[in-house]
Design a protein around this ligand. Structure first.
Ligand code: ADP
Ligand code: MG
Length: 267
């Protein structure tokens, strides 16, 4: 049974103009997908094609207008309270923009401990111990716990968000452009960290990105989205063979290929 899946999911937003006319916009159209335990799936597509909307639906932040999101084979909107808590714990989302994803007035300790307060019965002392353990897992110094978000770097804050997502031992983390704002070296080290955590914990990732360069390195399977639908699926090793025009234009965006390391060093 898949960890998470969708069947015919659509999402429509209604907007109202100043003169009172309303119009509807179909953002997701008939999406069916499945993510298995322990795998890494890339979800790629140009900006505005609906990736983040799908990510929000998959973690239950929004409901589909039609179709079903299923967690371990059960429709999310019919989960019992106990299973709903499992769902909230087991599926976590890390956003692109870490500064706006955290409360600037909270210490790093409080930020990482937040899901522990809501979703576990740990007491204060146990929570502090878990935060120390998580900082170690994401290779951040222990004294960072007392800092405010404004006192740490962008790369460190992204690791804080990853630590927060890991806090409750999720089975799936959806990374919505989670490394897109980092420079190429920080991206590489964040992906290495995520890969190591996957080996240690068996966690699955849905890696949402518009940057095909990162897909081959990180995911085993790649779903291509365009205009609210999934238009192609391919093994990540074969992304050069993608056919759909939307996928071809993403490929064209990464040409010429990454600069040759050796040549770069000589420049
Ligand atoms: N709450 C909303 N109300 C109206 N339109 C929205 C809302 N959220 C997203 N959209 C629209 O849905 C489309 C897809 O957005 P999004 O899911 O953020 O795409 P992506 O993450 O692929 O860039 C965009 O055109 C966006 O303007
Ligand atoms: Mg997005």
């Amino acid at each position: 049974m898949s960890l998470i899946s969708t069947k015919g999911v659509s999402k429509t937003y209604r907007s109202h103009s100043l003169v009172g006319a309303s119009s509807t916009k179909v953002v997701l159209d008939d999406i069916s997908l499945a993510i298995e335990e322990g795998e890494t799936v890339a979800l790629v597509g140009r900006s505005g094609c609906g990736k983040s909307t799908l990510a929000r639906l998959l973690v239950g932040l929004e409901s589909p207008s039609a179709g079903t999101v299923m967690f371990r084979g059960h429709a999310v909107d019919t989960l019992t309270r106990g299973r709903l808590k499992d769902f909230r714990r087991e599926v976590q989302l890390v956003f692109q923009d870490s500064p706006s994803a955290v409360n600037g007035r909270f210490s790093i300790r409080a930020i990482i401990a937040e899901p522990l307060r809501h979703l576990t019965a740990l007491d204060d002392r146990q929570r502090d111990a878990r935060v120390s353990e998580l900082l170690k897992m994401v290779q951040l110094p222990a004294d960072l716990a007392d800092h405010l978000p404004s006192q740490v770097s962008g790369g460190q804050l992204q690791r804080v968000c990853i630590a927060r997502a890991l806090a409750v031992n999720p089975k799936l983390i959806i990374l919505d452009e989670a490394v897109s704002n980092l420079d190429i070296h920080l991206q590489a080290s964040a992906l290495e960290l995520l890969g190591r955590l996957q080996k240690e914990t068996g966690i699955a990732y849905l890696f949402v990105t518009h940057d095909l360069r990162l897909v081959k390195r990180f995911a085993s399977r790649c779903l291509v989205m365009d205009e609210g639908g999934i238009v192609e699926e391919i093994r990540s090793a074969d992304i050069a063979l993608l056919k759909h025009p939307a996928a071809r234009s993403l490929l064209a965006a990464i040409l010429p290929p990454l600069p040759d390391r050796r040549r770069e060093e000589h420049c």
